[in-house]
Design a protein around this ligand. Structure first.
Ligand code: F6P
Length: 342
């Protein structure tokens, strides 16, 4: 059997660990041959391929990024996109596909599976917002990077008696902000799921200064103020899946806090630092186990499925379960962090 592999959407630490595990298990235990598709769905769409075997996977386990490249290409935006993909798969002699991606990449996989393409999915995103799985790989690395940044910012904020606002990724879901905020001892965590009250944020800032410490406010890029959406700077630019580019909430928030409290405030945007570099041991472990399971799913002809972490077990769920609805932070989970605000 010849199996194509692609990685799509925003890259994240652990993608290479999945590719390595898929290839090792596929070649050694199932006798598969592999073909790498470059740059997400652009690969099978435009016939962009690269050799993929055990040789190409040597040394990649701890490496961030993806040896296959990535893109946010959406084949369903093209009239004949699906036809081009099925033609290229047939031309390349590819019998099945393993798609590694987040809501968009796996959303495409879900639709292709419905159209009869033999595809299995592996969930990835630093945002951890895919349903069906307890965690996605990449998230743990991003949380550790953000927590390390918060730890560092505490000491400089205290030296200067300043407010430090840390903007983290998270378009629709505040998982990174919540976990890093709890781990880093933030004075407030602002997430897209819970529109924030700027007055309450300022009260937390003042309360923290009263206790002789300096406040750290962690904010997801997609967080919105309760009174209206004018604090999230949107560039207006949209990707193939219709997502706008977010950013700027950290700066806006810092100047608003400074204006309202009279305390000096600075913003730090962690941005793509959260997606780069070497994966944590947890993410390597999770990504590897997803890869092993994906190779087995192909061998068993269990197409239209997505690999999922349930407790400590790797299970297979229908692709639609992972991509139907985003997994967001519940009010109860947010309330756990609120205990530490101020
Ligand atoms: O999809 C994950 C993500 O990290 C989002 O949180 C963020 O909005 C987006 O990627 C930014 O990605 P890029 O700059 O690559 O478009």
């Amino acid at each position: 059997m010849r199996v194509g592999v692609l990685t799509g959407g925003g890259d994240c630490p652990g993608l290479n660990a999945v590719i390595r595990a898929v290839v090792r298990k596929g070649v050694r235990q199932h006798g598969f041959e592999f073909l790498g598709y470059r740059d997400g769905w652009k690969g099978p769409l435009e016939g962009l391929t690269m050799p993929l075997g055990i040789e190409q996977c040597r040394g990649i386990l701890p490496r961030g990024g993806t040896i296959l490249g990535s893109s946010r290409t959406n084949p369903f935006k093209l009239e004949d996109g699906v036809q081009q993909i099925t033609d290229n798969l047939a031309r390349d002699g590819v019998d099945a596909l393993i798609a590694i991606g987040g809501e968009d990449t796996l959303g495409v996989a879900t639709k292709l599976a419905d159209l009869g393409v033999k595809v299995v999915g592996v969930p990835k995103t630093i945002d951890n917002d895919l349903s069906g799985t307890d965690f996605t790989f990449g998230f743990d690395t991003a949380v550790n990077i953000a927590t390390d940044a918060i730890d560092r910012l505490h000491t400089t904020a205290e030296s200067h008696h300043r407010v430090l606002v840390v903007e983290v990724m998270g378009r629709h879901a505040g998982w990174i902000a919540l976990h890093a905020g709890i781990a880093g001892g933030a004075s407030a965590v602002l997430i897209p799921e819970q529109p924030f009250d700027i007055e309450a944020v300022c009260r937390h800032v003042e309360a923290r200064f009263e206790s002789e410490y300096a406040p750290i406010i962690v904010v997801s890029e997609g967080a919105v103020p309760r009174e209206g959406g004018d604090m999230t700077l949107v560039s207006g630019e949209k990707d193939d899946f219709g997502h706008v580019r977010l950013g700027g909430i950290g700066d806006r928030l810092a100047s608003e806090i400074e204006h309202r409290t009279g305390k000096e405030a600075r913003a730090v945007v962690l941005g793509h630092v959260q997606r780069g570099g070497t994966p944590t041991a947890f993410d390597r472990w999770l990504a590897t186990r997803f890869g092993l399971q994906a190779a087995d799913a192909v061998a068993e002809g269990d197409f239209g499925t997505m690999m999922a972490l349930r407790g400590t077990r790797i299970e297979r769920v229908p692709l639609a379960e992972g991509t139907g609805e985003l997994k967001v932070v519940s009010p109860e989970e947010y309330a756990e962090a609120e205990v530490f605000f101020g």
